[in-house]
Design a protein. Structure first.
Length: 267
């Protein structure tokens, strides 16, 4: 790991391990070395430091408390792990407790100034900012088509975060047809409170529109907005498909992240 990458990882650990701003109806609290939120679409657990400071049976008890807490609520929860976290056997202990890993992602960080280079909007597409609840529903429908599962919950989530906020940007990419344009991709940016970091999310694109530069254009649009809002660093939890694109754009991989999911049993 280079000195530059080490510095980026240190900045990530300092600023990007929290819960973010509470969503509508969410509650934030803590349990020992963990931060957690609940009351939204799905619960979330994270550690503000790379080392939980617990080992063995003490760690197993902490894991079991989270599992039991969310089971009592009837709420699924994501425990966010990072590849450089300690103890190294945390993933194995989560699995033993019934948490199920999703696909690992690469954490990449880049400078907004380097990602904001002029990038042409692909032919046949327009990109614009939106705060419209109707647009959020169209985005959710597009995501549902991309992933083959119900993402209808996303419309309410995006609407709540975009309403009256200067720290949240939603971009929609749609066909430039004059009547009833189709949403082909969407992406959003969330500022991390009290820091120079912004998180890049979304970017999923309908299969027929991939390979045209829409993803790159959405990154550049968000980077320019970030510069205008004094956001220096942009961070992405990237899939295997997105990671090569982001590396070519100048982002640096600093670690990996894997969500571990607990879903309460149904009666």
């Amino acid at each position: 790991m280079t000195d530059h990458t080490t510095a980026l990882l240190a900045a990530y650990d300092q600023h990007m391990r929290g819960l973010g701003a509470p969503g509508d109806g969410e509650t934030h609290d803590s349990d020992g070395p963990l931060l957690r939120k609940y009351g939204g679409f799905r619960g979330f657990v994270t550690s503000p430091a790379p080392d939980l400071g617990l080992r063995g049976e003490a760690l197993d008890r902490l894991i079991a408390r989270q599992r039991d807490f969310f089971t009592a609520r009837g709420e699924a929860v994501e425990w966010k792990t990072r590849g450089h976290d300690l103890p190294a056997d945390l993933p194995a202990r989560l699995t033993a407790a019934g948490f199920v890993p999703e696909e690992p992602e690469t954490v990449l960080i880049g400078l907004a100034a380097e990602l904001a280079a002029p990038t042409p909007t692909p032919e046949g597409v327009t990109i614009r900012r939106t705060t419209s609840p109707a647009d959020m529903q169209r985005i959710a429908a597009m995501e549902s088509e991309v992933w083959g599962e119900d993402w209808s919950w996303l419309a309410e989530d995006l609407t709540a975060r975009a309403t009256g906020s200067d720290d949240f940007l939603v971009l929609v990419a749609e066909t430039d047809t004059p009547v009833n344009p189709d949403v082909v991709s969407a992406a959003w940016l969330t500022r991390t409170p009290g820091s120079e970091f912004g998180g890049l999310w979304g970017g999923s694109t309908l299969a027929a529109w991939r390979g045209r530069g829409i993803y790159r254009a959405l990154v550049a649009h968000r980077a320019r907005w970030a510069l205008d809002h004094d956001i220096r660093y942009l961070q992405v939890d990237a899939s295997a498909d997105s990671t090569p694109i982001l590396r070519r754009l100048g982002m640096h991989p600093v670690t990996t992240t894997t969500p571990y999911i607990w879903t309460p049993p149904t009666a």
